[in-house]
Design a protein around this ligand. Structure first.
Ligand code: UDP
Ligand code: MN
Length: 471
């Protein structure tokens, strides 16, 4: 089992022992099971790209699509082989899919191209009214397709994702995902799940069966109207292998007049892996940084500073030519990133309004506040100032929080150290006053002693590097 695990970074032995057409629980909310959708829905082509995928997971994906989609809504399945090296993915696969009830076409990339260009190739060959992208280790559950297509029929500019359920990488157990999380991202431009905020619950008047407007998508699983996919600029073909394309598309769709939604009545499972089984030609970090630079340069305006300052060295990564993507942004008359932060993602980790972004230095000791690479609930530290950004970058926001990436400095522990906690936007223990007269940083709730010991130690000369006064 351990040997087989290494091949795909999931328990291949377990997967191989499970039927390709296994049954799955119906994990939908009750309100979803009784929903009625229009008879006339657009049909879809399903595009699945793969590089060295395992047989059982790939074919279980295909069978689950066929078995759980109304036949008249599923026009075809396109498998795009991104230059896999496994023999069984060649002729054996071609012979296998020939006998299936739905047309399955296999396209082969001549050379390893990455998931973005592989999907572009697949998408260009589709004939359906809607394109549905899936990873090669998914399983669709009962009723997954109709709500996605119905939402696109209602609004062709809606780009829709199912709830992504978890297929255990260890046991292949199927576990329902939550309808209470949505997609965001941190300063490093990592995609992250965050709780759906109250404002979005209010907008849906508490009806959890209605789609959630999500700031970003995970990227592997979604449906989009085929002509809208073209109109909105498909993908950035300059991106390699993996990464960044999901945020790029998310920003683009929102900024250019579309919407991105999680259709909570649709559930599709996905095997989440803890490590990548395949190589990244050019180096993992290089590739991802390049892709992220491309999206930051085109879509994030000045807010790209947050990404650059927290990722030392990233500004030296070559990102190629993005002029055609900038032209696209012009042609579609897309809104600025600040509009996106204000209207679509007000609870974002990158603050829409802030005073400063940089280091916090004790000028007496030349020590800087440093998150020490620590995690949530751990204390913030001091370290010699290195001026390289990274762990020594903090932002003093208009809400008077001191943030480092998606954590806020917090003094809720009486007599305890200042710790980093999730930002709660409620001021209180996360609100810091900056006193320009004495150049100190004073916590508003200044009656408790940890605050004083904190302030005494901690005289702030200035918030340097990026002074933002015009927010
Ligand atoms: N993939 C590909 N070419 C690549 C890298 C990935 O075709 O160079 C495929 C991969 O086989 C999978 C999909 O793209 O079907 C998404 O990749 P992965 O599942 O590794 O991404 P994750 O789900 O971990 O984000
Ligand atoms: Mn995947």
């Amino acid at each position: 089992m351990k040997e087989l695990f290494k091949i795909n970074q999931f328990n291949l032995m377990a997967s191989d022992m499970i039927a390709l057409n296994r049954s799955l629980p119906d994990v939908r909310l009750d309100g979803c099971k009784t929903k009625v959708y229009p008879d006339e829905l657009p049909n879809t082509s399903v595009v699945i790209v793969f590089h060295n995928e395992a047989w059982s997971t790939l074919l279980r994906t295909v069978h689950s699509v066929i078995n759980r989609s109304p036949r008249h809504l599923l026009l075809e399945i396109l498998l795009v082989d991104d230059a896999s090296e496994r023999d069984f993915l060649k002729e054996k696969l071609e012979n296998y899919v020939r006998i299936l009830d739905v047309p399955v076409r296999i396209l082969r990339m001549e050379q390893r191209s990455g998931l973005i260009r592989a999907r572009l190739r697949g998408a260009a060959a589709t004939r359906g009214q809607v394109i549905t992208f899936l990873d090669a280790h998914c399983e669709c559950t009962a009723g997954w397709l109709e709500p996605l297509l119905a939402r696109i029929k209602e609004d062709r500019k809606a780009v829709v994702c199912p709830i992504i359920d978890v297929i255990s990488d260890d046991t292949f157990e199927y576990m329902a995902g939550s309808d209470m999380t949505y997609g965001g991202f941190n300063w490093k431009l990592n995609f992250r799940w965050y709780p759906v905020p109250q404002r979005e619950m209010d907008r849906r008047k508490g009806d959890r069966t209605l789609p959630v407007r999500t700031p970003t998508m995970a990227g592997g699983l979604f449906s989009i109207d085929r002509t809208y996919f073209e109109e909105i600029g498909t993908y950035d073909p300059g991106m390699d292998i993996w990464g960044g394309e999901n945020l790029e598309m998310s920003f683009r769709v929102w900024q250019c007049g579309g919407s991105l939604e999680i259709v909570t009545c649709s559930h599709v499972g996905h095997v989440f892996r803890k490590a990548t089984p395949y190589s990244f030609p050019g180096g993992t970090g290089q590739v991802i940084n390049k892709n992220n630079r491309r999206l930051a340069e085109v879509w994030m305006d000045d807010f790209k500073d947050f990404f650059y300052i927290i990722s030392p060295g990233v500004v030296k990564v070559e990102y190629g030519d993005v002029s055609s993507r900038k032209t696209l942004r012009e042609a579609l008359q897309c809104k600025p990133f600040s509009w996106y932060l204000e209207n679509i993602y007000p609870d974002s980790q990158i603050p829409r309004r802030y005073f400063s972004l940089g280091e916090i230095r004790n000028v007496e000791t030349n020590q800087c506040l440093d998150n020490m690479g620590r995690k949530e609930n751990e204390k913030v530290g001091f370290f010699n100032c290195h001026g390289m950004g990274g762990n020594q970058v903090f932002s003093y926001t208009a809400d008077k929080e001191i943030r480092t990436d998606d954590l806020c400095l917090d003094v809720s522990r009486l007599n305890g150290p200042i710790v980093m906690l999730k930002c709660h936007h409620m001021k209180g223990n996360q609100m810091f006053e900056y006193d320009t007269e004495v150049c100190t940083l004073v916590l508003e709730l200044s009656m408790s002693c940890p605050v004083f010991s904190f302030c005494n130690k901690f005289f702030v000369q200035s918030f340097i590097k990026y002074e933002k006064t015009d927010y």
